[in-house]
Design a protein around this ligand. Structure first.
Ligand code: ADP
Length: 619
């Protein structure tokens, strides 16, 4: 289980929130439900399919009557060949209709599949981006993107197979069998003796194939994760010279997939060979017994035309049966992809962002309170990251969190932003339990500047307006950038506000990205502002520009600020400082109070002052 990447997130046999265990057939039902969005096209495809197959089933009996009319004409040429001409006319009509309905069916099916593929991708993406942040801790980006691309295109295949092959072949099989019995029940019973052994073999193969295919997909999922991770972290890979290690890891997953694939190919070929021999043997027996029936009765018990008709129906049933075997293979192959996609589409976040009370901006004071808050990450439940945190952050005040790395400061900020929900205890905003409020609404009042700002590969202006959800003017954006000390550097770029920032904002420096993040906050006018080491990765010039912008933002919006900082200069003016250590608040107070107390904070200050002094002396 440990090696199965699906075991960590949504298993191949996911259990939905309503507790229903999903089987292959319920996945098909879900795919069919999805096609209900395009009822007209789906119904047209089905009608044309039934019409095409009916013509195909009719055809052998018409062909048999053509042969019988030829034989009759040869025996009695004086009676003329009207019967032959009539039969030929019917044959022509059957073929013409088969072609027409076949074309219409292909068109309607293509339309359904294309519409379904788009709708599945959209639903999948909507579902993924709504998931709780903890979901992304457990899933690799590679796995998710693979689901959006490969799996999403694979999963519409069952429908294709269902319409083109399953329904079509079941109709041929059942229709062919009825017509074969109608033509000769003796030959039919003889021919059907091969069905049980072939069915048994196909069933066993299908069960086995399902398992193998799941292993192949898992192996490809692993390979994809390795590749995505290595490419994202290419600088680290290069820096540590682990190219060979990463390539080997990738190669291992790929070769696991290949080994399973090769095994599948061998078994598949053996099954095909065995069933082909059984069929060929049956064909010989049919001709031998049928031929002797025609000869012994001089065509009275069975005519030549009936024998030919029977042969054609037998071939029809046979081909339909073999195709159905392949259909089950295809269904099984694509159903693994469908399982993964549907389990993700059906997955619901634990906290629905829209559920809960919606607050109005003007009513939000920004009073944050934590009461006995405990927290564990789902990925590491044994690690109690926050232990009984009690804190009060009055509206418009600044709280600084300091302490050693790994103490739980970022986690605390993430809880306040509702990326995660506390395992125990309560966080309230203006006296209301956060859980009772819509998390989307709470986040719309939050501003966030992290150590490294994430941007999209779009223009500067689009990045600034990202998620703004209201009309804005260019002047407003410019004013925000001026306030955030970003306007000047933006004008220096080639296309100003239209400059594209590259993937994840890579074309900008760290300081520039931070100032854009602050400009975003100016546009959003947050009531709660969270700063996670917003200036710590910057050089001193950039740091002072960013700090100045932040001070302006806090003064203008009067928001409640929670900041994490290592530098003394950033925390010194905070209304309260909390030293977070091993998930608990070790000390709290103002800078002066804590320095006077002479505890951990005082030591931190002491250490930083001596470090700064040594830097100055070093200069
Ligand atoms: P700080 O911000 O003080 O450096 P963090 O809040 O980042 O501390 O981390 C606190 C603890 O939580 C650490 O032990 C860290 O390993 C763990 N942790 C942080 N993020 C996650 C995560 N997404 N999943 C599991 N554990 C995490």
């Amino acid at each position: 289980k440990k090696d199965d990447p699906n075991a960590r997130g949504f298993g191949s046999r996911a259990v939905r929130r309503d507790g229903e265990q999903l089987t292959t057939w319920s996945y098909f039902r879900r795919i069919l439900e999805l096609t209900l969005d395009f009822k007209m096209t789906s119904a047209s495809a089905l009608v044309c399919l039934v019409a095409t197959q009916s013509m195909q089933i009719w055809s052998p009996s018409v062909q048999g009557s053509i042969f019988d009319s030829i034989v009759k004409y040869m025996a009695h040429p004086e009676r003329g060949n009207d019967a032959f001409e009539r039969a030929m006319l019917v044959y022509l009509l059957v073929n013409a209709l088969q072609g027409l309905f076949g074309g219409l069916k292909a068109l309607a099916q293509d339309l359904v599949l294309r519409q379904l593929a788009c709708s599945v991708r959209l639903k999948l993406f909507q579902s993924v981006v709504r998931m709780d942040i903890s979901f992304f801790d457990t899933m690799h980006t590679g796995q998710l993107t693979s689901r959006l691309t490969n799996d999403a295109s694979q999963m519409v295949q069952p429908l294709n197979t269902l319409m083109n092959d399953l329904i079509a072949n079941i109709m041929l099989l059942v229709g062919g069998m009825c017509m074969a019995f109608y033509t000769s029940w003796k030959l039919s019973i003889l021919a059907l003796t091969v069905v049980p052994p072939i069915t048994y073999i196909y069933r066993r193969y299908a069960e086995w194939g399902r398992k193998v295919n799941r292993s192949i997909y898992c192996a490809y999922g692993e390979a994809n994760s390795t590749a995505t991770e290595a490419i994202h972290n290419i600088r680290t890979v290069r820096g540590f010279s682990t190219e060979q290690f990463e390539a080997e890891k990738y190669g291992e997953s790929i070769s696991t997939a290949l080994v399973h694939g090769v095994r599948n190919a061998y078994v598949g070929a053996s099954v095909t060979a065995f069933s082909t021999y059984l069929n060929l043997g049956t064909a010989v027996v049919i001709l031998w017994y049928g031929g002797s029936l025609v000869c012994s009765s001089m065509g009275k018990t069975m005519s030549i035309g009936s024998l030919i008709t029977f042969q054609l129906y037998w071939n029809m049933m046979n081909n339909a049966f073999i195709s159905l075997g392949n259909v089950f293979n295809d269904l099984i192959r694509s159903s693994s992809a469908a399982e993964r996609v549907i389990s993700l589409i059906d997955a619901r976040p634990e906290v629905d962002p829209d559920e809960g009370e919606q607050l109005q901006r003007q009513d939000v004071q920004g009073h944050l309170r934590l009461q006995k808050v405990e927290f564990r990450y789902k990925t590491r439940p044994e690690n109690l990251v926050l232990k009984g945190i009690d804190m009060d952050m009055a509206p418009g005040t600044t709280t600084a969190l300091v302490g050693k790395s790994g103490g739980g400061k970022s986690t605390l900020v993430h809880l306040l932003m509702r990326f995660y929900e506390p395992t125990e205890g309560r966080i309230s905003l203006d006296g209301k339990d956060m859980r009772s409020l819509s998390s989307r609404c709470v986040r719309s009042f939050c501003g966030f500047v992290a150590q490294d700002t994430q941007l999209f590969a779009k223009s500067i202006e689009s990045n600034l307006a990202y998620g703004l959800n209201r009309d804005y003017s260019h002047e407003e954006v410019v004013a925000a950038c001026r306030a955030a000390n970003a306007h000047d550097f933006i004008l220096e770029t080639e296309e100003g506000y239209e400059t594209r920032v590259g993937e994840r904002g890579m074309l900008l420096s760290g300081g520039q990205r931070q100032r854009l993040a602050i400009a975003r906050c100016f546009l959003r006018r947050p009531r709660l502002l969270f700063l996670d080491e917003a200036t710590s990765a910057l050089d001193s010039e950039n740091e002072s520009l960013v700090q100045e912008a932040l001070d302006k933002l806090i003064a203008e919006t009067g928001c409640t600020v929670v900041l994490i900082a290592h530098r003394l200069s950033t925390v010194i003016n905070a209304n309260q400082i909390a030293v977070v250590h091993k998930g608990a608040i070790f000390e709290r107070g103002t800078h002066d109070e804590l320095v006077t107390k002479g505890g951990v904070y005082a030591q931190l200050v002491q250490r930083q002052m001596s470090r700064d002094a040594s830097t100055v002396m070093g200069d």
